[in-house]
Design a protein around this ligand. Structure first.
Ligand code: ZN
Length: 326
């Protein structure tokens, strides 16, 4: 671990996604000074190649390398799945055959220096909290609105990992016990409604009869092919039906934010993930619904709701910051 107060000149972070591993190096001020990527190895037996790829990527980004020579190395890894506090990946739906894979331990056999491993959304939380939209906030939460929903919690100025390291899995809060089936096996999880795929589902449900014609046109004429981007495209043209779907979507997002507010009383939500690209369309309706759904609004300042600043680099930047947080 890094001594308190000393930050290595070059910190490397790698965000492991389902298709690619994106690596960056940042300097002491947090500026990105190098970037590189490799395909994520897939298929049976891909775990050893994955470790090889991570080592290769770290070295290409300037990690001193080697078990003994790399005493000054600083490497953080973000992985898509449930990660224990010891850096063991318990489960990862988007990485083949991963169960109880000791990512940190395996990397430590190859590379010296500080190594930290955490969930990718937790890493994105660190990036926004330390160097992004949530900079300076002691009580903030990141909610990533992508294909699903992930996130992370900072409370009292400390990143919260939970007893097992699994804190921040907001997407699987159940908001409708008889709702649509979720890949997690249960029904009516928040991410069935309030993610990119949730937006698409709400639009497909609305596109019955001759309704939502402009959205369906953007989807090539097939109501079943409607995705979030088609709703966005029609809404940008001012289509009232598309804007109504976005309003309904915003209500589901705000419902989850109000529930999270009751649990943790944050001063700020940062919204990240793929839907951040449509922030101009989503922010106002989300904030309006959130104000309506907030419990005891007269007794508290309205928490800030803003979109993330880091975009697709958030996971890698946050991963690079992880070892210095420890
Ligand atoms: Zn679920």
């Amino acid at each position: 671990m890094t001594d308190a107060g000393t930050v290595p000149a070059r910190r490397i972070g790698i965000d492991v996604g389902g298709t690619k591993a994106l690596g960056i190096a940042i300097d002491v001020d947090g500026a990105v000074i190098a970037e590189d990527r490799r395909p994520t190895p897939r298929g049976p037996g891909s775990l050893n190649p994955l470790i090889d790829v991570l080592v290769e990527l770290a070295e290409s980004l300037g990690h001193p390398g080697g078990r003994d020579g790399g005493r000054d190395g600083s490497l953080g890894i973000g992985v898509p799945g449930l990660v224990t506090r010891a850096g063991v990946l318990r489960a990862a739906p988007n990485l083949d055959g991963v169960a109880d894979f000791d990512v940190r331990g395996r990397l430590a056999e190859r590379l010296g220096g500080s190594i930290a491993v955490d969930n990718d959304a937790t890493c994105a939380t660190v990036a926004e909290w330390q160097l992004g939209a949530g900079a300076g906030m002691d009580d903030m939460m990141l909610v990533t609105l992508g294909t699903g929903i992930g996130g992370g919690v900072v409370a009292n100025g400390v990143l919260q990992r939970g007893a097992n390291g699994f804190a921040g899995e907001f997407g699987h809060m159940v908001v409708h016990p008889d709702g649509p089936r979720c890949p997690c096996g249960r029904r009516g999880c928040w991410e069935r409604y309030a993610s990119g795929s949730g937006l698409a589902m709400l639009a497909r449900e609305a596109a019955t009869g001759r309704r939502l014609q402009n959205v369906v046109r953007h989807a090539g004429g097939d109501p079943q092919a409607v995705r979030g981007e088609h709703v966005q495209a029609a809404a940008r043209e001012g289509d009232a039906e598309a804007l109504a779907v976005i309003d309904e979507f915003a209500r589901w997002v705000a419902l989850g934010l109000s529930n999270l507010t009751n649990a943790l009383d944050p001063a700020m939500f940062v919204l990240g993930g793929g839907l951040a690209a449509g922030a101009d369309l989503y922010l106002d309706p989300i904030v309006e619904w959130y104000a309506k759904l907030l419990y005891q609004p007269e007794l508290r300042p309205m928490p800030r709701v803003e979109f993330a600043e880091w975009g697709p680099l958030a996971g890698a930047v946050g991963a690079a910051l992880l070892p210095s947080l420890a």
